[in-house]
Design a protein around this ligand. Structure first.
Ligand code: N01
Length: 544
């Protein structure tokens, strides 16, 4: 690290900096800002050649956030939230990236970021009570504290299909898109995967590709975005009440403000149910799932929401076979996987150049020189787009060799599924903080709200430690086990456990038994728990 770029550690310290932050996306940049404000010296290391995290990597056509732009932004600076102008209800990836770059410039954060620096290992040195970070180029940096701002959906899962190397066309991954973009004009294209990324990319690719073959494993619930330009009055109304609205969002279940339906679907006559769903469908966005208060808790209410979406798909998709394949099974609860938000997704399957293949029943056999084969069919292709998702939540942590106290790696510790206390720290890994990690509300929520809550908690914890003359913090094994057991029990009342999704650590991902990885009690409740722990001087942690 150039001395000019790295902030040096406090005088008298043998460490390079007080805190190392790994990753320079939304979380990493906020960590720099807050920790610096708290008087710590800080250095962020970023693998890419630019800042922005997922919003730097996910440049596929149609990439947008499914949280409304007025809510998907930092709240830490009143000036920032007043001066920034979002142009659309749901911001595009380029606009979000421009916002991130603006924030980094405005608050002078770039000088603390070392780009093109992939961290390969982080080792706790007991004799120094410090973390030694090693980068791919062989540099070593030591810091008292290590903040893992590595993202939950940032380790793009690479396809395991055989023959990939023989393919003469182009292979792309939505989560690792080329900066130069990609021209689909006149090309025969396949997209594998129909989650949020696939659902956004498919309508855009279909517009220019000669042909588009969508390979679907599971039909997905999706609601229309009804994206639009934000008008000045609407923005003014938000800005006039930002402080109050942000505070409400901090305590809202998913950190996003919606019109929360107070009635139960179970207690609402069918005609009124339909009218409410229609109203929300016309409005667009994930607020559809907030139509009634019991959609996540009652299988009957959940099925009513699912049936409504199934009926909408039936109205749109003309071809009976495509319609059948695109209709989510009644056994799949709505919300057990993150609901998708689309612009013209189902309509796209009415185009003549778009085909849909059911790879659940006709699985992909492999990739060849000129295309791809399923068990029953062969497709000549110029380009294959993988929209198959990420090694979620723990994936980017697992890519780094993290070795804690007693020389135990995080991979060994988490071989039966991830465990954390409060989603923030791991027993055996002192002074190492996770941001939106397993055991926290994380990807169940508006990530901006969860990121701010975590960074604020971590900063305040480090300030308290400094005031008390402490330099060591580690959670107890018992507190950690109880936290994860409680989080899993909490999820039993939700639809999550009734579906196979990436929310679960499963035997396939090395966890036995199958466990829910997140805290599903809502960001408000979670915030209160974390704040209470801080107020009581950190029970469940060993601080000295
Ligand atoms: O990934 P996914 P994603 N062979 O894992 C299929 C956020 N995000 O990148 O359902 C064939 O959800 C898989 O099938 P199945 C958001 O939190 C947000 O789309 O497992 N198919 C599924 O269809 C989101 O939830 C935004 O049966 C395979 C798809 O690929 C998260 O990122 C935009 C397969 C993967 O879906 C992840 O979304 C984009 C295989 N081997 C992303 N493996 C917005 O804000 C997987 N699939 C809008």
């Amino acid at each position: 690290i150039e001395k000019s770029q790295a902030a040096e550690a406090a005088p008298g310290s043998k460490l390079d900096v007080d805190a190392i932050v790994i990753g320079a996306g939304f979380a990493g940049l906020l960590a720099i800002y807050k920790l610096r404000q708290a008087g710590l010296t800080v250095q962020a290391l970023e693998a890419s050649d630019s800042i922005g995290g997922v919003w730097n990597w996910n440049r596929y056509p149609g990439a947008r956030c499914d949280v409304e732009s007025m809510q998907y932004s930092y709240s830490f600076s009143e000036e920032l939230q007043q001066e920034w102008e979002w142009s659309e209800r749901y911001a595009t990836q380029p606009e979000i990236l421009r916002y991130i770059e603006h924030v980094a410039d405005r608050f002078d954060l770039n000088r603390h970021v070392q780009l093109n620096t992939r961290v390969v290992s982080a080792t706790y040195q007991a004799h120094e009570n410090a973390w030694q970070i090693q980068t791919q180029s062989g540099r070593e940096i030591t810091a008292r504290f290590c903040i893992m701002a590595t993202g939950c959906l940032s380790a793009a899962r690479m396809p395991e299909f055989p023959g990939k190397e023989k393919f003469k066309g182009d292979i792309l991954h939505t989560g690792h898109w080329p900066k130069s973009g990609y021209d689909f004009s006149g090309k025969h294209v396949a997209v594998i995967g129909t989650g949020s990324s696939g659902i956004q990319a498919i309508p855009m690719i279909a517009k220019t590709a000669k042909s588009l073959t969508v390979l679907q494993r599971t039909a997905t619930y999706s609601v229309p975005a009804r994206n639009r330009v934000l008008d000045a009055t609407e923005k003014r109304a938000w800005k006039a009440n930002y402080a109050q609205l942000r505070e409400m969002a901090r305590y809202a279940p998913s950190g996003t403000l919606y019109e929360f339906g107070e009635r139960k679907a179970e207690e609402t006559p069918p005609q009124e149910q339909t009218a409410e769903f229609e109203k929300r469908w016309a409005k667009g966005g994930p607020g559809f799932l907030r139509a009634f208060s019991d959609i996540s808790s009652s299988p009957i209410a959940n099925k009513a929401a699912g049936d409504f979406i199934r009926a909408k798909i039936a109205e749109v998709v003309q071809d009976p076979e495509k319609r059948r394949l695109l209709t989510p099974a009644t056994t799949l609860p709505v919300g057990s996987k993150r609901i998708c938000v689309d612009t013209g997704y189902f309509e796209t399957f009415n185009r003549d150049n778009v085909d849909l293949i059911d790879i659940r029943n006709d699985p992909i056999k492999g990739i060849e020189e000129n295309g791809l084969s399923t068990q029953n069919r062969k497709f000549d292709l110029d380009c294959i787009v993988f929209a198959i998702g990420f090694d979620v939540i723990v994936g980017s942590l697992m890519k780094i060799g993290i070795k804690g106290r007693d020389g135990r790696t995080l991979k060994e510790k988490w071989k039966n599924g991830p465990g954390t206390y409060l989603g923030l720290m791991v027993a055996g890994f002192p002074n190492l903080f996770l941001v939106t990690g397993p055991g926290s509300p994380s990807v169940l929520t508006n990530m901006m709200v969860s990121i701010e809550q975590h960074i604020e908690w971590i900063t305040s914890c480090l300030q308290t430690m400094r005031q008390q003359g402490n330099n060591y913090i580690e959670p107890d094994e018992a507190a950690e086990s109880k936290w994860m057991d409680d989080a899993n029990s909490l999820a039993e009342t939700m639809p999550f456990l009734r579906a196979n999704s990436w929310y679960m650590a499963s035997p396939e991902s090395g966890s036995s038994p199958r466990r829910f990885m997140l805290y599903s009690g809502g960001v408000g409740t979670y915030r209160e728990i974390c704040d209470r722990v801080a107020e009581k001087n950190y029970p469940g942690f060993n601080i000295c």
